[in-house]
Design a protein around this ligand. Structure first.
Ligand SMILES: Cc1ncc(COP(=O)(O)O)c(C=O)c1O
Length: 382
């Protein structure tokens, strides 16, 4: 099992002070993840896919390390504006961009990632552009996380690329390079190698390019050095500099979701009931994701399903999880590797206020987001 990024004592103190459910992060682990990426990818340019966790405190930390942002919504662009990112540090991506996204991205001087031919006519004048390629490859991850397969909605097929390039030229836009992102939580370096090789073949259509952006998608524990070596080879076939867009890898291991045991019951299954569930951490329900857990009580090992408080049968955070027996109400459990797509995907379903987020900066806890209230949730209602 992976180590928690925070000590038991730190997690207990945070839960005591800020309440649960709580997202708690370690600044040291955030720094360590960025250093691992920099070590593997050398002078490649790093763009943080802020969808993984768009908290402003995290964005400011990334920004001070020189990392740019990949944005996929008007709200994410607004966050970039809020932290005063400039156009040279902004990518605007997404399969169905709104007029407002084109306008704001254009005003900011961001680089657009074009996802289909019809988009070229919608771009602001003289846009700088990457074209996203769909390499038509299946990868080893959950189907909802695969984005480069022939049936996925993303990108331009290689045979469609010449028309897109011609439209960009006649529209007066600047083609900076190609882009691909074949999926998320992929651990097999071979999947990346196959996708990069397929895109590298396209140099015969494009000629030399300024940039090859190979996206993110690296699962935790993936061979970053192996992936980087293949990515650099692909970039070299265009004479391009390499860009990468990690989300999960930069923030997942830094974060834990702290939750307290509410009780225990048996039906056909054995359930440990928690004060966190699908509203705080959707990934188990959405993708069948299995987050490692660390229990902060003692006992002999037993197995149990982890159930949240929602009136939904699917509101489970784990199946057949090994836990110490004898948990009592109030005992603390940490769901690990929860820093990416955890808080970001939390919802207010059932008028459950979203959790606070706190950061251990090495000497003290910093509040990154206060706990939401019911009033926050209905503030926009009349
Ligand atoms: C285009 C693009 N780039 C980067 C990412 C980040 O992926 P990950 O968090 O798996 O690294 C995503 C995730 O969906 C994406 O769609």
């Amino acid at each position: 099992m992976p180590d928690a990024p925070l000590t038991d004592l730190q997690m207990k103190q945070a839960a005591e002070r800020f309440g649960t459910p709580l997202y708690a992060y370690s600044a040291a682990e955030l720094d360590a993840a960025l250093s691992r990426v920099q070590a593997a990818f050398g002078d490649a340019r790093i763009w943080y896919a802020m969808k993984a966790n768009p908290n402003l405190t995290l964005l400011r930390r990334m920004q001070s390390a020189g990392v740019g942002f990949e944005c996929v919504s008007l709200g994410e662009l607004a966050r970039a504006v809020k932290v005063e990112a400039d156009g040279d540090h902004l990518l605007v991506n997404g399969p169905a961009k709104s007029d407002e996204e084109y306008r704001l991205g254009g005003d900011l001087g961001a680089t657009f990632i074009v996802d289909r031919l019809g988009e070229v006519a919608l771009l602001p004048p003289a846009s700088r552009v990457l074209v996203r390629v769909n390499p038509g490859l299946s990868v080893s991850t959950h189907d909802h996380l695969a984005t480069g397969a022939a049936h996925s909605k993303f990108g331009v097929r290689p045979d469609q690329l010449p028309d897109v390039l011609a439209a960009l030229r006649s529209g007066g836009h600047t083609l900076r390079g190609l882009h691909l992102h074949v999926g998320s939580a992929i651990r097999d370096a071979g999947d990346f190698a196959a996708a990069f090789a397929r895109v590298a073949e396209l140099h015969t259509l494009t000629g030399p390019l300024e940039v090859l952006d190979v996206g993110g998608g690296w699962g935790l524990g993936a061979d970053l050095h192996g992936i980087a070596a293949r990515a650099k080879e692909a970039a070299a076939s265009f004479g391009a500099v390499l860009w990468v867009e990690p989300g999960r890898y930069l923030v997942a291991q830094a974060g834990v979701l702290l939750t307290r045991v509410m009780g225990h019951k048996q039906t056909g299954r054995d359930f440990t009931l928690l004060d966190a569930g699908m509203t705080e951490l959707l990934r188990p329900m959405l993708y069948g994701a299995a987050h490692p857990v660390q229990a902060l009580w003692e006992g002999e090992a037993t197995t149990s399903d982890l159930a949240g408080p929602a009136c939904e049968s699917g509101d489970l955070l784990g199946h057949d999880v090994t836990l110490p027996a004898g948990a009592v109400r109030g005992d603390l459990l940490a769901l690990l590797e929860a820093g990416a797509y955890g808080a970001a995907m939390s919802s207010t379903y059932l008028t459950r206020p979203r959790p606070a987020e706190v950061l251990w900066d090495g000497t003290q806890w910093v509040t990154m987001r206060r706990r939401e209230t019911a009033e926050d949730i209905w503030a926009a209602e009349v």
